[in-house]
Design a protein around this ligand. Sequence first.
Ligand SMILES: [Zn+2]
Length: 140
Amino acid sequence: MRSYKIKNFLKELPTYGVLYQREVNEIVDAVCPRCNNEIEDWYHVWKCERNEVELEEILYEAIAEYEEILISDDKKEEVEILRDININFYETMLTQSDILLGYSNFCEVTRIWVKRCDEVAEIEKDRGIDLKKEKKNRGG
Ligand SMILES: [Zn+2]
């Protein structure tokens, strides 16, 4: 149940890539507003050079923690499987998020996203973009 929620949370993040595709007003391109280096897709959010925490670090920790649990439970087969899924962090995050993203790690991931949103909001303010603008009646 939780992993279902996490997967959906992760997949539906409104990155600039997503917003641009949805033709959201005022989003003129899909480039990451923070670093201006790449299209801001789902992968880029986590590997953007502007992140203070690296997703890899979080996931390495998560994998190491989980591995310890498995070893102490003497589950050798699962340890092998865990070492295999180590290969692609981002795919793993989506497909195995129930294993890798325990509560504390999920909080870390959420923090990366929240930080990204704060920064982007500042950038949008500088650019004169206001996506949160509510439609208000003009006079009358
Ligand atoms: Zn970026």
